[in-house]
Write a protein that binds this ligand. Structure first.
Ligand SMILES: NC(=O)c1ccc[n+]([C@@H]2O[C@H](COP(=O)([O-])OP(=O)(O)OC[C@H]3O[C@@H](n4cnc5c(N)ncnc54)[C@H](O)[C@@H]3O)[C@@H](O)[C@H]2O)c1
Ligand SMILES: [Zn+2]
Ligand SMILES: [Zn+2]
Length: 370
């Protein structure tokens, strides 16, 4: 079948919309009619060449849709099921899945090649085989993905909101709840209030943090943070630090969660300086793949017993956490509607990313047309 998709051919070039051929689902695979896709910053890291990926690549790794067809042996989902896609697949049996660490499942090895196991490329077109971002490629009307990348969700959930639980919400929420292990009474600082950071704010507050300090140079982001659970908001670390010290009687924050768009040594340093003894810095935001972004005084790390920790998918287990987080939304304990700043058609994907880079969007969402 044919599908219209947003493709990056070369780092630094604009995203192109193209009609591609999509093969039907083989064993273990499912055909999804994507209804919605979120505009996460990680696709931009691929488009900008910060992170090397195999080209051409159909972008999009935050997605939701409806199962149209299943290949032989598919048991996780059935035709007609509503699904949220998981940007890291989970095989269920590798060492990591078996120990409750689905976000680092061995099947994640090909997320930047964009091939299904095999390797197999269900999408083909004028430039040969097309990979899909995170083995999903949600900036396409249709996609063939492995069942291990799908999570069935309740039929009555609005997919235009549930889509956010494919990446941004669990990544941010989990960065606070799981990676930082926020506990009641904590003081938490979140640097960078985009689609990820706003959910770190929500997660920190839900986990019982007393003080949630949001740091972002943009006023619209700070306002959104205050609306969704932050207790304080500042434009930069210099303004935030004295208040953090004051609020904690000189101790420093329990955790700093770094969710800025492009990670830098300055942001890592600011997070490191904001936490106190025994505190933890969570590095969730990405930057150039091989650029050293961590330059810290190791002796202070030791003497203050500080921890610096990477977080992928918020350390969530998608088959458990995606339904759980959606349940919190249904119960009113987590906001999704308020996260979507604007919707776009697939043809407007570049405009959507221009808006993201201009600081306008907390999250933009593509509404697919079929
Ligand atoms: N680890 C993971 O599993 C994972 C998953 C998804 C996204 N990411 C990464 O997380 C990061 C955030 O993604 P997003 O979609 O929320 O991006 P975004 O562009 O929506 O938000 C980034 C925010 O950071 C702010 N910012 C920039 N510099 C800052 C600074 N020095 N101090 C404070 N705030 C600053 C920007 O104003 C913006 O509001 C990206 O690097 C993305 O690739 C990581
Ligand atoms: Zn993402
Ligand atoms: Zn696994």
């Amino acid at each position: 079948m044919k599908t219209k998709a947003a493709v990056v051919y070369e780092p630094g070039k604009r995203i192109e919309i193209e009609e591609l051929d999509l093969d039907g689902p083989q064993a273990g695979e499912v055909l999804i009619r994507y209804t919605h896709a979120g505009l996460c910053h990680s696709d931009l890291h691929v488009q900008h060449g910060d992170i090397d990926a195999r080209m051409p690549m159909v972008l999009g790794h935050e997605g939701a849709g409806i199962v149209e067809e299943v290949g032989p042996g598919v048991t996780r989902v059935a035709v007609g099921d509503h699904v949220v896609c998981s940007f890291i697949p989970n095989c269920g049996v590798c060492r990591y899945c078996a120990t409750g660490n689905q976000s680092i499942c061995d099947w994640g090895a090909t997320i930047l090649d964009g091939s299904l196991p095999g390797p197999r490329f269900p999408l083909t077109g004028p430039r040969g085989e097309y990979g899909t971002m995170c083995m999903l490629g949600t900036f396409s009307q249709f996609g063939v993905v492995h069942q291990n990348s799908t999570v069935k969700v309740d039929d009555d959930l609005p997919l235009d909101k549930a889509v956010l639980v494919g990446c941004g919400v669990p990544t941010g929420w989990g960065s606070a709840v799981y990676s930082a292990g926020v506990t009641p009474g904590d003081t938490v600082v979140v640097f960078g209030i985009g689609g990820i950071g706003i959910n770190a704010v929500q997660g920190a507050r839900y986990a019982g943090a007393k003080n949630v300090i949001a740091v972002d140079p943009l006023e619209n982001k700070r306002e959104k943070a205050m609306e969704l659970g932050a207790t304080h908001a500042f434009a930069n670390a210099d303004e935030a630090l004295p208040v953090i010290i004051d609020l904690t009687r000189g101790q420093g924050a329990d955790s700093a969660i770094l969710t800025v768009d492009v990670m830098t040594p300055e942001v890592i340093g600011a997070g490191f300086n904001a936490i106190g003894k025994g505190g933890v810095v969570i590095v969730t935001g990405l930057g150039k793949l091989l650029e050293p972004t961590i330059q810290l005084p190791g002796t202070i790390l030791t003497l203050f017993r500080k921890t610096l920790k990477g977080s992928l998918f918020g350390d969530c287990n998608p088959t458990y956490d995606i339904p759980k987080i959606l349940g919190l939304y249904q119960a009113g304990d987590l906001k999704l509607d308020e996260l979507v700043t604007r919707t776009y058609t697939l043809d407007q994907v570049n405009e959507g990313y221009d808006d993201l880079l201009a600081g306008k969007n907390v999250r933009g969402v593509i509404v697919h047309e079929h």
